[in-house]
Write a protein that binds this ligand. Sequence first.
Ligand SMILES: [Zn+2]
Length: 326
Amino acid sequence: MPEFCIDFLPIHGSRSGDAIIIAFEPGTDGQEIIVVDGGFRSDGEALVEYIRDEYDSEFVDIVICSHPDEDHSAGLAPVLEELEVGMLWVHRPARHFRRVHPTQPLAEARARLLQASLNHVHTLEGLASERSVPVCEPFEGLSYAGGRLVVLGPSVRLYRQALERFSQGNRRTLDGRLERLAEAVGEELIETSENEDLRKAENTSSVVLRFQSDSGVSALLTADATQLALRRALNYSLRALGSRPLQSFDVFQVPHHGAFRNVGPWLFDSVDVASAIISASESDPQHPNDVVLDAFENSGCDVYVTGASGVRIIGYDDGTYQVERF
Ligand SMILES: [Zn+2]
């Protein structure tokens, strides 16, 4: 019997997303199933069927929404609608607004954009409230199952800094255009600035999660974390969890579907990775980026990209694991 499984489900369609299941036996009360993001709505429906078929379960212990973007959050609605859920972990922007915008009310246009960007999160909060599912905000330090699962980021402070810039986007600005140009000709990874990453506010608010099995196999899930979010999460791990400066992860999810600006050269001095997983749709022309792919391959780790098929990590109680496609 495996000690745990981590399934990176395939995402179908022209855009990439994340839909991940962590399943493990905690010892006393049977199987634990944790869903980390659900992809788009249709991916979430497939995820529900996968849990029924593969784990023979109608129950999910925790549903975790990493950040409000549709390719992560929309697929969690079917999970809450169709399965019994023990707990929802999601950031609740309304609880932080007054701290973020203490004096002036939001301009109407900005409020509308913000509302649209948080649409899926509001749906999840509504479903949880209808079904009396307890909601908890995943900020750094939150842990579950005796520390097997720990949230490394964001901190409340970083989340509020990001929330202030939610829905403003970066795409139509001159900076955005210059970035895309640099990406098109880029051959080497670059370190992004704090300001640039704060502008990618929703991604900077991504939950970074560490899973560690009893036998010591570790996995880092990064959603769409920017370099800023990832650096802060690794610092937290160093500071609060006593990790070593060069942190080792057996399984490392490359952030943001392998996008160019989410991985900087510094990362390879901070983490030692055995298996890198990239969650990307097979028909997404932009992800993963070739420079990112090469950087991980050249660092000596095995790289697995989801596509038409998913990637499954199976861990055993002797501390070994294998990677399969399904
Ligand atoms: Zn994404």
